[in-house]
Design a binder for this molecule. Structure first.
Ligand SMILES: CC(C)(COP(=O)(O)OP(=O)(O)OC[C@H]1O[C@@H](n2cnc3c(N)ncnc32)[C@H](O)[C@@H]1OP(=O)(O)O)[C@@H](O)C(=O)NCCC(=O)NCCS
Length: 205
């Protein structure tokens, strides 16, 4: 049965209780401290800025396996739930929210203005307003050698399997097959990166 309140929160305090009341005080303070540090480091320009970010995110991420090529103005939320492998690249303007946990493998490249959010806003029923509800965590997995094109949106709960290429502006609503190329909204497989996989090798192979 739906346990959600049957009416709008009447006060700002009621709104906050509904939205973040499930978080401990310590978790709230940590999230604000993290937002402050990400905000400071995200604006640093050039390669020196990238090197500082790589060092800082080694401490803020749950795991960072190697150097991270993170361009300016990339936003991370709940970075302590983000686990990343080796040679990780993200371009300007991307937003990565690890509220539900995000695991990223090795050699993953993310284009500009990509949204990867591992939380979902519950929408059923009239009350309370969607804005006043806490996000539901749903983990995302991005395996090795994935490239996500500019402007793509990766939905909560998705797995991008090894070798996936996501086209520019795709909206990925389903998990992908290994080495598939997906595009469109909703994203559909347009081809495989390994056309002859599974066939016996031809003469001279
Ligand atoms: C997905 C992608 C890798 C496919 O490249 P490709 O295999 O060479 O594909 P093609 O250009 O031959 O296109 C194949 C078909 O898919 C369609 N298509 C390609 N990319 C698409 C996209 N992003 N969205 C929707 N359809 C797309 C093409 O229109 C074509 O359709 P058609 O056969 O009906 O004409 C590429 O188009 C892409 O989007 N790259 C991302 C670029 C980017 O974001 N760069 C900056 C970030 S680092």
């Amino acid at each position: 049965m739906d346990q959600r309140p049957k009416q709008e929160p009447k006060s700002f305090a009621g709104f906050l209780r509904g939205k973040v009341g499930h978080m401990s005080f310590g978790a709230l303070i940590y999230s604000q401290w993290e937002a402050f540090l990400v905000g400071i480091f995200s604006g640093l320009p050039g390669f020196p800025g990238m090197a500082v970010r790589s060092l800082a995110y080694k401490m803020l991420f749950k795991r960072l396996g190697g150097f991270a090529w993170i361009q300016p103005r990339v936003m991370f939320v709940q970075a302590d739930r983000l686990s990343v492998g080796r040679t990780f690249g993200v371009n300007t303007g991307s937003y990565i929210n690890a509220i539900g946990g995000i695991t990223i493998g090795d050699h993953v490249l993310i284009g500009s203005n990509v949204t990867i959010s591992s939380g979902r806003h519950p929408i059923d029923g009239e009350f309370p307003p969607v804005f006043a509800r806490p996000a539901e965590p749903l983990p995302i997995a991005i395996e090795d050698d994935v490239w996500i094109g500019a402007g793509a949106v990766i939905m909560p709960g998705i797995t991008l399997r090894k070798g996936t290429v996501v086209g520019a502006n795709a909206v990925v609503t389903r998990s992908t097959e290994e080495y598939s190329v997906v595009a469109g909204a909703p994203a559909r497989k347009i081809r495989s990166r390994i056309a002859d996989r599974g066939k016996p090798p031809g003469p001279g192979a």
